[in-house]
Design a protein around this ligand. Structure first.
Ligand code: HPA
Length: 300
C-alpha cells in the first residue's frame, strides 16, 4: 500500500450513517439536495421533516461556516420525498475532499438517484449579473489537476468503477427541464448556463487568477460542489447543479471593489425565494418526469 493513501471512509461506516438515518425516518427519498451558502432556506419548505443535526449522526463531519446550519432533513417537498443537506463541508474548513463528498454516498445508500446541488459563486462571464442563477453545463476540476480529488485512493467498486467518464456529468435533460422551469416561473431573464470551477479558498481570487480562469472558459467560480457532483456521478446518480451569482468577480486592479462573505450571504437572502421556487419546481419536475417512465420525450 502506498503510504499516502488517505484514510477512506469505509462502505461499512457509510452504511452505518445511512442505517442510523433510515431507522429514524419513514421517508425513502430518491432525490437529494445540497444547499449552498445562504441557500439553506429551501429546507423550510420540507413538510413532515425528520431533522438530523450533523453532530448527531455517527461518523458525519461537522459544518463550521457562517450561513451554513449543519443538518440533514428528510421530508416532503411538494409531495416528493427528499433528503436535504442544509450546510455542506468545504476544503477550506480543513476537510479532505473525500470527506466533503462523503454525505453524497450516505444519500446514495439511502436510495437517492438524483442529486440537485446549489452554491454561491462569483460571476466571471461579463454577461452575467449579480442575482443570476447559473445552471452548470460543465466544470473544470481545478483541484483535480493537482491530484486533489475526492476519489483519490483505493476504489470501492460497490460505489462505482475506478475509471469513469465525465463528459455528460451534468444531466442534459435536467438542464433542458431547468430552462422550462425558468420559463414557467418567469425567471428566464436570470437563469443562465455555464462552466463552473472550484478554487480552494478561503480567499477570493486575485485578478491574475481570475483572468486565467476567464481565459480557460470559466463562467463562475466558487469553493465547493465539484467534489460532491463527481462522487454522485461516480455512484450513478443523475446530477443537476446551479450557482447563485452573488458577486461579479473583480478582474481589474484598483477598482476599490472588494468581494466579501457578507455580500455573498446578502445576495443569497435576496434571491432566496426565487432559488427556493426554482429548486422545488425542479424537484417536482424531475419526480414527475422519472415517474412517467423516464425522461420526457420533449427533452430529447
Ligand atoms: N469566488 C469564489 N467563491 C465564491 C465567490 C467568488 O467570487 N463568490 C461566492 N463564492
Amino acid at each position: 500500500m502506498a503510504e499516502e493513501l488517505h484514510d477512506p471512509i469505509s462502505y461499512e461506516l457509510i452504511s452505518a450513517c445511512s442505517d442510523y438515518i433510515s431507522r429514524r425516518s419513514q421517508h425513502r427519498p430518491k432525490i437529494g439536495i445540497i444547499c449552498g451558502s445562504g441557500l439553506g432556506g429551501l429546507a423550510d419548505l420540507a413538510k413532515n421533516a425528520d431533522v438530523f443535526p450533523y453532530s448527531d449522526i455517527p461518523g458525519f463531519p461537522k459544518s463550521t461556516v457562517a450561513g451554513h446550519v449543519g443538518r440533514l432533513l428528510l421530508g416532503e417537498l411538494n409531495g416528493t420525498a427528499v433528503v436535504i443537506m442544509q450546510g455542506r463541508f468545504h476544503s477550506y474548513e480543513g476537510y479532505p475532499l473525500w470527506k466533503c463528498a462523503m454525505p453524497v454516498r450516505v444519500m446514495r445508500l439511502l436510495g437517492v438517484e438524483h442529486l440537485l446541488v446549489t452554491n454561491a459563486g462569483g460571476g466571471l462571464n461579463a454577461a452575467f449579473n449579480v442575482g443570476d442563477i447559473m445552471v452548470l453545463k460543465d466544470h473544470i476540476n481545478l483541484p483535480g489537476f493537482a491530484c486533489n480529488h475526492p476519489l483519490r485512493g483505493p476504489n470501492d467498486e460497490r460505489f462505482g468503477p475506478r475509471f469513469f467518464p465525465c463528459n455528460d456529468l451534468y444531466n442534459a435533460d435536467y438542464r433542458y427541464l431547468a430552462r422550462k422551469v425558468a420559463r414557467e416561473l418567469n425567471l428566464e431573464g436570470i437563469v443562465r448556463q455555464g462552466v463552473y470551477t472550484m478554487v480552494g479558498g478561503p480567499n477570493y481570487e486575485t485578478v491574475a487568477e481570475l483572468k486565467m480562469l476567464r481565459e480557460l472558459g470559466v463562467d463562475a467560480v466558487g469553493m465547493s460542489t465539484i467534489p460532491e457532483t463527481i462522487v454522485a456521478h461516480h455512484c450513478g446518480m443523475k446530477v443537476f447543479a446551479c450557482s447563485l451569482i452573488t458577486n461579479m468577480c473583480v478582474v481589474e486592479y484598483g477598482t476599490g471593489i472588494e468581494t466579501n462573505h457578507e455580500e455573498v450571504i446578502e445576495v443569497g437572502k435576496k434571491r432566496a425565494d426565487d432559488m427556493k421556487d426554482f429548486i422545488s419546481r425542479m424537484v417536482a419536475t424531475i419526480a414527475n418526469n422519472e415517474c412517467n417512465g423516464g425522461l420526457a420525450q420533449e427533452a430529447k
